[in-house]
Ligand binder design. Structure first.
Ligand SMILES: [Zn+2]
Length: 68
């Protein structure tokens, strides 16, 4: 699989600030935390690579409203 870095624009779930993030799709599925530069709240990033359809799904949520 070629090394792929994609840029995606996300919206902070806490303050609505738009952030551009770089996604390294060659690493597969990822689950990590990032800090919003505007409100300094942690965002829970959930990255899913759909290799079959060549699609990247990025879900962002704040930890305040976790739904399981
Ligand atoms: Zn924010």
């Amino acid at each position: 699989m070629p090394h792929k870095i994609k840029q995606q624009r996300i919206e902070c779930p806490n303050c609505g600030h738009h952030i551009r993030v770089e996604i390294d799709a060659s690493d597969g599925d990822q689950d990590y935390y990032d800090e919003c530069p505007a409100c300094c709240m942690e965002m829970h990033m959930n990255l899913h690579i759909d290799e079959y359809r060549q699609k990247i799904q990025l879900a962002v949520c704040s930890d305040n409203e976790q739904i399981f």
